[in-house]
Design a protein around this ligand. Structure first.
Ligand code: ZN
Ligand code: ZN
Length: 348
């Protein structure tokens, strides 16, 4: 704020509100000024907010109606003048209009992006601990459900079983809609689980993750039902080697795209680079997709203590897909793998 000369910033993206204030309700906005911060929320959250906020640091204001209008009026009431910022990627056109209207012509609002997200990239020890727990939970559940992957079982039943078991172990929710994609459907990287049944001699891609104490995990394994033909084993080996190469490229200070380039280079060696249709990974934390993005053109250096996924895949129309995904903590001496489910090719 000092660097840009803004007097206040209104934080409305809920993970950012939680990150800065500790308030975990799903409706609220945090008005941050140089010397104070105020959480604006509604009367459903009065008790929760007073429990979760550090009262010496963050004020609480219970409002009726539009949070944006209340935030604008609050600045007027405090005689704040000059420039203020809102999260441009997270505020609706209507809310931006409300903000401007409520603060009359005293405050010049401008959209900014990524200010809090940038801070969230570097994880504190307590955050790493939570991601580690979420990663362990997902790893245990995937190992537990593998015996259920057999011909005749429906994709949606396996997805439901995974989500049920994550909840039973304390997850507040799946980190995203669990992907179970069998046979040709595995060629769709973000396939939804359907009522399709598993058949013999198919690949099955399972991509799942849990939210545990607000932090996410994200894990993918691919198995084969039966004895896999040589070409499928070769694809699996290629993906597995690409994953290892990408992990080796994860170093603090290395450009984020280095991991992606390393994975692509391995797949190119197998003639499979065109079958890898997405980027190699993404940051992980309060949200399942956050910074940094490990993709082409991402030249910003990786931070120590960031947590990222490494998830190369090959997708063959008609034949199916293979993806392996693990969560890694970036450290100076080389990354630590937080997901510990077995990685070798399983023929069930
Ligand atoms: Zn995933
Ligand atoms: Zn992922």
């Amino acid at each position: 704020m000092e660097q840009t000369g803004v007097e206040a910033i209104l934080i409305t993206h809920i993970p950012n509100v939680f990150y800065l204030s500790g308030f975990s309700g799903d409706a609220g906005a945090l008005l941050v000024e140089m010397n104070r911060a105020t959480l604006l929320t509604d009367s459903r959250f009065t008790v929760q907010a007073s429990e979760e906020l550090a009262p010496a640091l963050i004020g609480l204001k219970i409002v009726k109606g539009s949070l944006a209008s209340a935030a604008g009026a609050e600045l007027v009431r405090r005689h704040v003048r000059g420039r203020a910022a809102f999260e441009g990627a997270r505020v609706s056109v209507l809310d931006a209009a409300d903000l401007r209207k409520a603060s009359q012509d005293r405050v010049r609002w401008r959209p900014v992006t990524g200010w809090v997200e940038r801070l969230r990239t570097v994880k504190e020890a307590g955050e790493v601990e939570r991601i580690r727990d979420a990663a362990r939970l997902a790893s245990e559940v995937i190992v537990e459900v593998l015996p259920l992957v057999k011909p005749g079982v429906k994709e949606c039943d396996l997805a439901a079983e995974i989500e049920f078991r994550m909840r039973r172990r304390g997850a507040s929710a799946p980190a995203f809609e669990t992907i179970v994609a069998s046979g040709a459907r595995g060629a769709l990287p973000h396939a939804r689980a359907t009522t399709k049944v598993f058949r013999a001699n198919e690949l099955v891609v399972i991509d799942m993750g849990a939210i545990l104490r607000h932090y996410c995990s994200d894990l993918t394994r691919t198995v084969f039902l039966g004895r896999a033909p040589t070409r499928i084993r070769r694809w699996y080996r290629a993906v597995s080697e690409a994953q290892e190469a990408a992990a080796e490229a994860l170093r603090p200070g290395a450009p984020a795209e280095a991991a992606d380039l390393a994975a692509r280079q391995v797949l190119r060696g197998y003639g499979l680079e065109r079958a890898f249709v997405h980027s190699t990974g993404h940051g992980l934390g309060l949200e399942v997709h956050e910074g940094p993005r490990l993709g082409r053109g991402q030249s910003q250096p990786l931070d120590a203590s960031s947590v990222v996924t490494i998830e190369p895949g090959v997708y063959m129309e008609g034949a199916g897909g293979i993806r392996l995904e693990d969560d890694l903590l970036v450290l100076p001496g080389g990354p630590e793998v937080l997901t510990n489910a077995p990685r070798e090719f399983l023929e069930l």
